[in-house]
Design a protein around this ligand. Structure first.
Ligand code: ATP
Length: 335
């Protein structure tokens, strides 16, 4: 039996830099989408990864699924580097559920074939046993067996997301990367899918990386939360701590955005004024400083170090600066 206390998923200083050409004759410039990210998930944990559009969430999920190679750093599953694993063993360990089930399901395939696809691709079982597995999975996700003959276009958004969940679980993975799994759904259907994901986690002991720009959705499922800004994890904490005593000014802005109307829709309205920076030309010092309501002089020139907090860690000069030394007795709460 595997060691339950050891991390099942570990990212060690993972970075991804693309070379991006600007204009027809421009020279390619580096764009760092993921910048020295370290994360660790224990079996059964749900780590929520939150941040605005463009912060690097999807790039990180592609790295975890083996769809992109990191430029630097290591991803370990059960202590093994994913770079050294073949596609089948990786697929047996990590499976994705994407945002828009319509575009991630082949519209020309019957639901039975959509769900069986991972088994077919990896040559697992014969047709009869694959169809038996599909029936089992449909039952698990709460769909009747008769939908096997249907096509994605004949199903509702919620039903399609159940199909996507069945397809992910048919490989009996240990880890599921849920990339905005409810953002494309009506608010009423969102909670049904979140409840289903919660139940499945209990039943199968799954570990989730739950990616979302919506903290309200993350609060529903996550045990811990990592907040990402311009490729870096700027704060990580247990879910209760992050919501009760957020440390980073960016986390506070994201939390305020949860209170805006229609929390499930669109990108968060962070009320931070300036637009999100372009990662091809990141601000100096702390990348958040041009938008930060608490900006200090050293924020403009110095990148903040990671500081431990009672709940996790944070990267912000408010936690290290002499200007806030009066708060050092409670480093989670500079005002
Ligand atoms: N293949 C690529 N080539 C060049 N730049 C890329 C590539 N993929 C992503 N990027 C850039 O990397 C940054 C992070 O993108 P990413 O899609 O990971 O962010 P995100 O947080 O998932 O955003 P969204 O929620 O909109 O999907 C963006 O500036 C994006 O333009």
């Amino acid at each position: 039996m595997s060691d339950q206390t050891k991390p099942i998923l570990e990212l060690k200083d993972v970075s991804k830099t693309y070379r991006v050409k600007q204009g027809l004759f421009g020279r390619a410039k580096p764009l760092t989408a993921v910048n020295q990210v370290s994360l660790s998930l224990k079996r059964g944990e749900v780590l929520g990864l939150v941040g605005e559009s463009g912060c690097g969430k999807s790039t990180l999920s592609k790295i975890l699924l083996g769809l992109e190679a990191p430029t630097a750093g290591q991803v370990l599953v059960d202590g093994e580097d994913i770079g050294s694993q073949d596609r089948l063993s990786l697929a047996r360990r990590i499976q994705p559920i994407f945002q828009d089930p319509y575009s991630s399901l082949n519209p020309r395939k019957r639901i039975a074939d959509v769900i069986a696809l991972p088994l077919v691709v990896h040559g697992i079982g014969d047709h009869a046993s694959q169809m038996q597995e599909v029936r089992k999975m449909l039952d698990i996700v709460g769909l009747p067996a008769r939908v096997m003959e249907s096509y994605p276009s004949q199903m509702s958004g919620g039903q399609r997301q159940r199909v996507a969940i069945a397809r992910a679980l048919i490989m009996k993975p240990e880890i599921v990367i849920c990339d905005e799994p409810t953002s494309a759904l009506d608010v009423s259907v969102q909670s049904q899918i979140l409840n289903l994901l919660g139940d499945l986690r209990q039943e199968f002991g799954l570990t989730y990386l739950f990616i979302s720009h919506n903290l309200a959705v993350v609060e529903h499922l996550a045990t811990r939360v990592a907040v990402m800004y311009l490729g870096r994890i700027v704060e990580e904490a247990n879910v209760g701590g992050l919501f009760d005593t957020p440390g980073h000014p960016y986390t506070k802005a994201l939390l305020k955005s949860v209170l805006t109307p229609e929390p499930g829709l669109g990108v968060p309205d962070t009320q931070l004024g300036m637009a999100y920076p372009n990662p091809i030309d990141p601000p100096s010092g702390c990348h958040f400083h041009p938008r930060c309501p608490k900006v200090m002089d050293n924020c403009k020139t110095l990148a903040p170090d990671q500081v431990a907090t009672p709940e996790g860690h944070v990267e912000c000069h408010l936690f290290t600066s002499k200007e806030t030394s009066q708060n050092v007795s409670n480093p989670a709460m500079p005002n």
